[in-house]
Write a protein that binds this ligand. Structure first.
Ligand SMILES: [Zn+2]
Length: 276
């Protein structure tokens, strides 16, 4: 069933597990993710990222996401990932997304608060859950090992101020992960994560989950992280499986990629302690 993500996140935080939030880019990936949630009877937060608007429109993502969420027995939220444009956020809410992220993490604190509050007012009136980001989760770019240094750790005082000033439901924090593929296993600042958990009543979100190390992710789930964003591992696994099995036709190719993505999601449900 289609649900808002707030209750799912609050329950996960209280019980010490995290919900996987995979980014879908087409009907195959969204179907594969929903199938696994149903198979494991586990909650799911389906994400569609603003950066994938070239791949499909908000309208298409909303129709596909809602279709698979509504027909699932498991509770499934439909979330806009890394919303930066107000027109995209407004459209997502109007078309039935049940959660949105406003990413103003590259702005200063006052501007981040202003934009987050604006989205909270709009979304909360419609029962839609809001995620903000503070600190900045950078991007690890191949060939540039220093790109990860663009990440900025989340400061506890700023996070407390942003949550108090906006009423946001969940908060993406930066504690050492990065978007994309890592060259090694990242170092997670668990001390900072613990301080953030203790200082904040809202569930925390970890971006850049792919390749962060299973032990790291399990520990994050037990330290207040209620949602982990995943993308890279799915598309890498699907392509590797296709290269390895060399399917003989297009339909077999799609099925091969889907099966690889389902395996990755099953793995992360266990790692995040969200399903047995
Ligand atoms: Zn992210």
């Amino acid at each position: 069933m289609l649900v808002a993500s707030k209750e799912l996140l609050d329950k996960a935080r209280a019980e010490g597990y995290a919900i996987p939030s995979p980014d879908f880019v087409d009907s195959n990936s969204v179907r594969a993710f929903a199938q696994v949630a149903d198979e494991l009877h586990a909650p799911l937060i389906l994400s569609f990222a603003e950066v994938h608007l070239e791949q499909m429109s908000v309208e298409e993502a909303a129709l596909l996401g809602r279709f698979y969420a509504e027909r699932a027995d498991a509770p499934v939220a439909l979330h806009l990932d890394h919303g930066t444009r107000m027109d995209v956020i407004e459209e997502a809410i109007a078309r039935g997304f049940t959660a949105v992220m406003i990413d103003a993490s590259s702005a200063d604190l006052a501007e981040n608060i202003r934009r987050t509050r604006e989205v909270c007012e709009l979304a909360h009136a419609r029962g839609v859950t809001v995620e903000a980001e503070i600190g900045h989760v950078g991007t690890e770019t191949e060939g540039n090992p220093h790109a990860v240094s663009e990440s900025v750790y989340t400061e506890v005082d700023s996070a407390v101020e942003l949550v108090a000033a906006t009423g946001v439901d969940s908060l993406a924090v930066s504690v050492g992960t990065a978007h994309g593929a890592y060259k090694g296993t990242p170092h997670i600042n668990f001390e900072r994560l613990g301080e953030l958990r203790d200082a904040l009543a809202v569930p925390l979100v970890l971006h850049g989950g792919s390749g962060s190390g299973d032990d790291n992710l399990t520990r994050c789930a037990q330290c207040g992280v209620a949602k982990v964003n995943l993308y890279t591992d799915f598309i890498v696994a699907a392509l590797e499986r296709v290269y390895g099995e060399r399917p003989g036709n297009w339909v077999e190719l799609l099925n091969t990629g889907d099966a690889a993505m389902r395996d990755v999601l099953r793995h992360y449900y266990r790692v995040l302690r969200c399903a047995g």
